[in-house]
Design a protein around this ligand. Structure first.
Ligand code: SAH
Ligand code: SF4
Ligand code: F3S
Length: 477
């Protein structure tokens, strides 16, 4: 296959534009001509990156199954391998191309094998260039805005034996009613916003995912109610900045309103990610304080403890604002577990800036964090900032930060020793099939002995011992 039956290249410059046009809502329906396209065919999706991608992969799987495809987990049994990719850091991108290169030999034994790349990486010009120059084995490329067109792409490839490369760079729309094949039957992801308008100076997401678009409250609430009536116990609301939910709808309905409405539904657990300190408001904290089904855990990325760095990152809050939020949260939800994201080695970060991050970590008492070394993203403002910190200094910063974070992790776990926690049982532990595993309300990983019939239910577990990464306990009535 050489020619393209369809070809559209991305442009990071176009992706940056915000033209303030209304968001279109597309109601998806599958055309009958696609129904049998996947009959007797197998697919495998490899998902990288954040929950937005995990949720997208569930929709891609839904589309493929509606076309008759069935899922497999082995490369050599697949007729279609799709890489749903992430562009957030360079190492995420390198991993994908390594894997694509490894898989191309499978085309020798299965000449009908299709290899596709979708998600955030194709939204960057450089990815398209690399695919065209080095990966002729790739048959299909699409981006984050056109997942719903996948059936058409597979149809075109089959009818014309030509490649499809189609990536759009614009603000984005909302597609409702796509089929979905969820990975879990008790826990579900529920998108509340798509895209991001924050333009943190280091971050590629506003370019790969379009402008911030909120789904309507009705669509979200109905989805959650339906999940609850289908036996789901937990939902995680998804958005790059959930706290700015609703602003684009101009109907005077906020994230606090949404949480409050979901508190009244039958779903047993509500989580949400990611929160932004600039938009997390007291109204939301008050709703969290009423507790009900809102879980006592908050992931609140701080990124840095230095006001100079925060300003250069365009985060639009200060360290003091952040501490005030933490105080308000701890007042409203006294036992809350707080986790965060931190970047070290941001361009111009000095040793003094870094030490301020360590101080903040101690002051807040985070119970976990994702920590990263800054990775330069072409097309973002920070890519032009002077970056004179040597790589080994950045590594040492990360290492020492992680030590401190892990102490906080253990301390946060220790507070549950001797206590009884409620665990939503996910399944058998990967390491030991006599052990069950699941998450507590505070989002702590809990392992305990139990019968597999308990999978999917919420059980009481008395915590015997806390470790850095998990809790171990005994089931109690
Ligand atoms: N919207 C969310 C998640 C963004 S991506 C948020 O604002 O928190 C998840 C994390 O990746 C970010 O919080 C940030 O810590 C990290 N990250 C983003 N861009 C990065 C980059 N260029 N280099 C290193 N880490 C980055
Ligand atoms: Fe990236 Fe900032 Fe948007 Fe998060 S809020 S996705 S870090 S631009
Ligand atoms: Fe990665 Fe795209 Fe998510 S860049 S972090 S998969 S929004």
């Amino acid at each position: 296959m050489k020619k393209y039956s369809s070809y559209f290249e991305p442009s990071l410059k176009d992706a940056r534009k915000r033209l303030h046009k209304d968001t279109a809502i597309i109601n998806f329906h599958m055309e009958p001509r696609y129904f049998d396209l996947g009959k007797n065919k197998k697919y495998l999706i490899k998902t990288y990156g954040c929950q937005a991608n995990i949720a997208d992969s569930e929709r891609i799987a839904g589309l493929l199954e509606a076309m008759g495809y069935s899922e497999v987990f082995e490369d050599d049994k697949s007729d279609l391998i799709l890489f749903n990719t992430c562009a957030i850091r360079e190492n995420a991108e390198d991993r994908v191309f390594g894997e694509v290169g490894r898989i191309k030999s499978l085309k020798k034994t299965n000449p009908n094998l299709l290899i596709g790349i979708c998600g955030c990486m194709p939204q960057e010009e450089k990815t398209i260039k690399t695919i065209k120059e080095k990966h002729p084995e790739v048959d299909l490329v699409f981006g984050t805005h056109n997942i719903f067109r996948l059936p058409e792409y597979l149809y075109e490839i089959k009818e014309k034996s030509e490649k499809v490369f189609e990536v759009f760079s614009y603000e984005g729309d909302i597609v409702e009613d796509m089929p979905v094949k969820r990975d879990h039957n008790k826990k579900a992801w529920v998108n509340i916003t798509f895209g991001c308008d924050e333009f943190c100076t280091y971050c590629i997401v506003p370019y790969t995912r379009g402008k911030e678009r909120s789904r309507s409250p009705e669509h979200i609430i109905n989805e959650v109610k339906e999940l609850a009536s289908n036996g789901y116990k937990e939902v995680t609301l998804l958005g790059q900045n959930v706290n700015s939910y609703g602003k684009d709808l101009n109907i005077g309905y906020t994230f606090a309103n949404l949480l409050s409405d979901l508190q009244k539904t039958d779903i047993e657990r509500v989580r949400f990610t990611t929160s932004h300190p600039k938009d997390l408001d007291l109204a939301t904290i008050e709703v969290m304080g009423r507790r009900g089904n809102i879980m006592p855990h908050l992931h609140l990325p701080v990124q840095s403890g230095s006001n100079t760095v925060l300003k250069k990152m365009n985060r639009k809050y200060t360290k003091e604002d952040y501490i005030n939020l933490i105080t308000a949260l701890k007042n409203a939800v006294p036992d809350i577990a707080i986790t965060t994201d931190i970047i070290v080695g941001f361009p111009t970060e000095t040793e003094e800036d870094y030490l301020k991050t360590l101080e903040l970590v101690k002051e807040v008492g985070f119970e976990g964090a994702y920590t990263f070394i800054y990775s330069k993203r072409e097309g973002t403002p920070a890519a032009k900032y002077e970056d004179d910190t040597p790589a080994d200094v950045k590594k040492t910063r990360l290492l020492n930060l992680n030590k401190l974070i892990n102490e906080g992790f253990l301390k946060g776990n220790k507070r549950f020793e001797g206590k009884i926690v409620k665990v939503l049982v996910d399944g058998e532990s990967a390491k030991n099939d006599e052990m069950l595993t699941g998450y507590s309300e505070h989002n702590k990983l809990v392992n305990f002995k139990g019968d597999s019939s308990l999978i999917g239910s919420i059980v009481n577990v008395k915590i015997d011992k806390a470790y850095t990464w998990h809790l171990r306990g005994t089931i109690v009535k």
